[in-house]
Design a protein around this ligand. Structure first.
Ligand SMILES: Cc1cc2nc3c(=O)[nH]c(=O)nc-3n(C[C@H](O)[C@H](O)[C@H](O)COP(=O)(O)OP(=O)(O)OC[C@H]3O[C@@H](n4cnc5c(N)ncnc54)[C@H](O)[C@@H]3O)c2cc1C
Length: 466
């Protein structure tokens, strides 16, 4: 099935109103404007800003051209233009990069926002164009009683998510999003289409190391799985934490998550002196599931089980905000167990609570993700059970400095404890030796592949593989 095949009328609507259309007509001839394959925007175009802006309002970049591609040919034309004008290229699918890596000052932005078709295959696998948003994928596949293990935020693009890993509620059972890639298609710096069925390096690289590094991924073929009928969530809230209470609770949380079933997920979210712990589970006959965290329940100020909800309705709960916001989020270490941070718990608590608005979160990984060998995919962290992240959200640009400063303090604390492994999809511009942290021993092979696929370093962003 093909979704979102834009007609000229729909496209005009997408760009704004009829009067905006008239505005555009003054810059383009009708044929240019409705070019079948791509639309080129420059700073003069009224809509340039709409397509330029990222989900993270903190980061502003101004490309010389935005190539709004609609087809493979459009991507090839955009790359040819960049080559002719000697411009570097950044690539965007859903635009959710934490550090604005899907945009570029003075270069050419390949914007894939209109390439969002979903095509079902006879064997229940799906071929997705890169700008399919998670909420649209779920809306399409859940009614067919299928799932793919992907993230929870509805407006994240499958392109960036899968190319850097991709985890969520279903990952402990079915692996990372990238682990479920069967095939990819990429357009390289020369305009050549490379299909991973005849180039296995490409599939390896795109399983965790493909973000913006090698070329433009235009198609991703995924396995899907039978969806569970229901989904349960259990939320525990704790307030007015002291350092001692925090340490008691985090120890209990690590203990309660050690042996969770693969159908379960948990998050530990410290926001100032408030803590929220979430457990989810989609196993059937889960009467005894609460036993895993029975020691935490009596300590909570509030406990809300939401059992056996309709899956689609439950997932929508976690879609998050749709509109761009000011924020800084970053990976804050991948842990095997509590030992990786045990000696720094007091400092972490003091530093997180010193600046109102800083959130320290730890999510469960493990399960099926760790059944794969670390050299079998570009994503290397196959011995890891927990992913932690720092987050801060604000309303005014003037508030940024204090958050970024506290981030650095906490990141340094966590690093000094020996935690250098990081999740590529949660980048931090300030990581020392960032690519080593994301790819560990797989970095060398990725560097060789950069030479193979993009020898002139046309595809670029601040942490590109060199
Ligand atoms: C609110 C929010 C919630 C999130 N939740 C989760 C979550 O639950 N689980 C999780 O794993 N991650 C999550 N993430 C992180 C997310 O996986 C990354 O930000 C991801 O890179 C976003 O993909 P995108 O296509 O939306 O972003 P983009 O900004 O478009 O792209 C991100 C990176 O991928 C590259 N890229 C994008 N498309 C292509 C392509 N077609 N070919 C080559 N390179 C490409 C870009 O150049 C850029 O470097 C979340 C992020 C946000 C902002």
């Amino acid at each position: 099935m093909i979704q979102n095949n834009y007609t000229k009328r729909e496209f005009l609507k997408l760009l704004g109103t009829g009067s905006l259309g008239i505005f555009f007509m003054s810059f383009y001839s009708f044929d240019d404007f409705f070019e079948e394959d791509l639309i080129l925007l420059t700073k003069k175009d009224k809509n340039y800003d709409n397509f330029r802006k990222s989900f993270n309002k903190r980061i502003d970049k101004y490309p010389q051209y935005i190539a709004l591609c609609k087809t493979e040919k459009g991507v090839q034309k955009a790359i040819a233009l960049a080559t002719e004008k000697k411009l570097k290229i950044a690539i965007r699918s859903g635009g959710h990069s934490f550090e604005g890596f899907s945009n570029i000052d003075n270069g050419l932005l390949i914007h894939l926002g209109l390439m969002n078709k979903i095509s079902w295959q006879k064997d229940n696998s799906i071929i997705l164009q890169p700008a399919c948003l998670l909420q649209d994928i779920y809306a399409n596949i859940l009614p067919r009683k299928r799932v793919i293990p992907a993230g929870s935020c509805g407006t994240v693009g499958i392109g960036g998510l899968a190319l850097g890993g991709g985890y969520g509620f279903f990952s402990r059972k079915y692996g990372l999003t990238c682990d479920n890639l069967l095939r990819v298609k990429m357009i390289d710096y020369n305009g050549n289409i490379i299909d991973s069925t005849t180039d296995s390096d490409l599939l390896w690289a795109c399983k965790g190391g493909g973000n913006g590094n090698f070329g433009v991924i235009i198609e991703m073929h995924f396995k899907t799985y039978q969806a569970p009928p229901t989904f349960s969530g259990y939320r525990l809230k704790f307030s007015n934490l002291t350092k001692e209470k925090f340490i008691q609770l985090i120890k209990l949380w690590f203990k309660s998550t050690e042996n969770l079933p693969r159908e379960a997920f948990s998050a530990f979210v410290l926001n100032g002196k408030f803590l929220t712990i979430l457990f989810t589970n989609y196993q059937l006959n889960q009467d005894k599931f609460e036993n895993y965290f029975s020691e935490l329940i009596p300590l909570a100020n509030d406990y809300k089980p939401m059992k056996e909800r309709n899956l689609a309705a439950a997932l929508k709960n976690y879609y998050g905000v749709k509109e761009p916001i000011y924020f800084k989020n970053a990976s804050a270490g991948l842990y095997k167990n509590i030992k990786d941070i045990e000696n720094g718990l007091e400092d972490i608590f003091n530093q997180v609570t010193s600046t109102k608005g800083i959130i320290y979160q730890i999510n469960t990984l493990g399960g099926k993700i760790n059944d794969i060998k670390s050299t079998d995919t570009a994503y290397p962290h196959r011995d890891i059970n927990y992913l932690s992240e720092l987050q801060a959200y604000w309303d005014l640009p003037s508030q940024e400095a204090k958050f970024v400063q506290t981030f650095e303090t906490i990141q340094t604390t966590i690093r000094k404890l020996g935690n250098i492994k990081q999740y590529r999809n949660y980048p931090d511009i300030n990581f020392p030796d960032a690519n080593k942290s994301y790819f560990m021993d797989n970095l060398t092979r990725l560097q060789q592949l950069k030479k193979k696929y993009d020898p002139n370093n046309i595809f670029d962003y601040p942490q590109v593989i060199k």
